[in-house]
Design a protein around this ligand. Structure first.
Ligand code: SF4
Length: 213
């Protein structure tokens, strides 16, 4: 399933929707991710095998564009790169696809949901490549400090991942109009307040998402 949306607490291929008016379209590009978050559905074997977002094979840029060509981009409220892995594992392809979509509809809002570790993955600063293509980047903050972040994400880059994610956040501000850090509400009000202070220091928005089992 390459293009999907959230529908009644589940994922649905947008081809199965009755109307596409104002739909938020998610692009599923990869299963790869440098993290193994304790809360991630990827950690459950049954979910891996049964989940409709699990890709047997990564779609090429051409295949993704062909999927989009089946629809009228003017209908969409937003396009979001977000699947069962880290979309910026394929940063070149994300940038290429976003660029093509913007050619057809300049004001189409495009977002990336990311763990913010792309600069570690690619060993270079990829944030300039997002300029003019990505409107919003939503980065998982998860926790207010490095130790707790690492315990939750089990990033293969180790404890340094937290600072790298914050650095990525600051760098993104130069190229992406809306930079958002996210946490889930179950971390509690005290930690949410600490995360808010961190966001205030960095000059970005904090979004507190409801936790879904
Ligand atoms: S970063 Fe996202 S995709 Fe990767 S393990 Fe964590 S929750 Fe799952």
């Amino acid at each position: 399933m390459i293009l999907y949306t959230l529908y009644e607490n589940s994922y649905i291929d947008i081809a199965h929707l009755e109307t596409l008016k104002d739909v938020h379209v998610y692009v599923n590009l990869t299963n790869r991710c440098p993290c193994a978050c304790t809360f991630c559905l990827r950690q459950t074997k049954e979910m891996l095998e049964s989940n409709s977002l699990w890709l047997e094979r990564e779609p090429s840029v051409d295949e993704v564009i062909q999927e989009f060509q089946k629809y009228d981009l003017d209908d969409f409220a937003e396009v979001i790169f977000c699947g069962f892995g880290e979309p910026l594992e394929r940063v070149d392809d994300v940038v290429q696809i976003a660029g093509i979509l913007k050619l057809y509809r300049r004001d189409l809002p495009i977002r990336i949901n990311t763990n913010g570790l792309a600069n570690l993955i690619h060993k270079r600063d990829i944030t300039p490549e997002l300029k003019g293509r990505i409107d919003t980047i939503s980065i998982s903050l998860n926790a207010p400090d490095a130790k707790e972040y690492y315990e939750l994400t089990r990033s293969r880059f180790g404890i340094e991942s937290f600072q790298a994610m914050l650095d990525f956040t600051v760098l993104s501000k130069q190229y992406v109009p809306h930079v958002v850090l996210t946490v889930v509400d179950i971390i509690g009000s005290e930690k949410i307040a600490q995360c808010q202070s961190l966001c205030d220091e960095l000059g970005v928005t904090l979004r507190v998402r409801p936790f879904e089992e």
